[in-house]
Ligand binder design. Sequence first.
Ligand code: ASP
Ligand code: MG
Length: 428
Amino acid sequence: MALIVHKYGGTSMGSTERIRNVAKRVAKWARAGHQMVVVPSAMSGETNRLLGLARELAPARPGDAYGRELDMLAATGEQASSALLAIALQTEGVESVSYAGWQVPIRTDSAYTKARIESIDDTRVRADLDAGRVVIVTGFQGIDDQGHITTLGRGGSDTSAVAVAAAMKAAECLIYTDVDGVYTTDPRVVPEARRLQTVSFEEMLEMASLGSKVLQIRSVEFAGKYRVPLRVLSSFTPWDIEIHEEARSGTLITFEEDEHMEQAIVSGIAFSRDEAKISVLGVPDKPGIAYQILGAVADANIEVDVIIQNISKDGKTDFSFTVNRGDYAKTIDLLKDKVLPALGAQQVEGDSKICKVSIVGIGMRSHVGIASQMFRCLAEEGINIQMISTSEIKTSVVIDEKYMELAVRALHKTFDLDQSGNGKVAQS
Ligand code: ASP
Ligand code: MG
């Protein structure tokens, strides 16, 4: 008997019929003797629907002005799905109780719409588990020290589940979703993409931060910090498959590097269209320039990703960086209004039609020449690289958005990810 956390995404909770299926699956695990905590997302589309209503009333950047109320509003989506799941479980003859984040309580900071979990008091949940109940805890939300309801950012139910699993020292956290695991890349772009049986926590962290949408990045950070055994698997398998079979399906996020020794050098290709490039031209090459430019951008709460500063010619240089596409116009305006005049720089230019494509693999640490293999592949496809950024286990390039799919397909092939012979990759 073990304490297990299940998390079900919005699609898995998308209708009463699906909720009934979730209840049957959870009931199966509970009847096998496990102590079960379940963290559901809102029914699919519900969070968008609720936030859409708010936008109808307040079109101007509601995220900034009405954060508290948006959280009050959006948190209801998970409250509804959690209660429905408790009802479905009870009709299956399984005793269960649902709690909103504030009832647990899951304590967070006060950063509305993107709060961070600070602590979880598991006393109440444990008492219910000990009394033989399945406990359902709303995903995506908590309460701050003033008693205000907060939410954890889009996709935040993943983080709720992992945080609950960490706080309760669960044996495993199973993230049930509408795909059957983590893939070498998005199968919609590369039909040959394959499910990974295991992926290291560090690779998962890179993939999540580089645009793979399978898990919210904070949930992966949490899993790493507290070493929560985490598995991503499908909620669309028949609910009554054998538990031992189900428990081995999907993709396991591992912490043991040894398991990867024999395996692929590159584990996956991540990509993101969500990028824009900005260059400040003719910047004087002297101390403090990067700070003057990026400090102003950071003060406006804009996240910067890839950064390049060129070698100077005649005391002037060019300075380029990428931001989220949604922040593009705001960043250009900010630079033109505030930064250019102070810098004596000549010009700001930008391109919002770019994308970032990355290869990720812990094997890159111990193998040289992987980045150049990537560059050769792109050269052979005639794709121009605009920016490059590297870390120990990834290489990213910024390229024209129109070549994104071509680049991803070519790289997937170059690094043998199409091949079924790859030890790390499941035979799907
Ligand atoms: N319901 C929230 C969202 O749509 C949280 C989640 O599903 O993880 O972002
Ligand atoms: Mg999600």
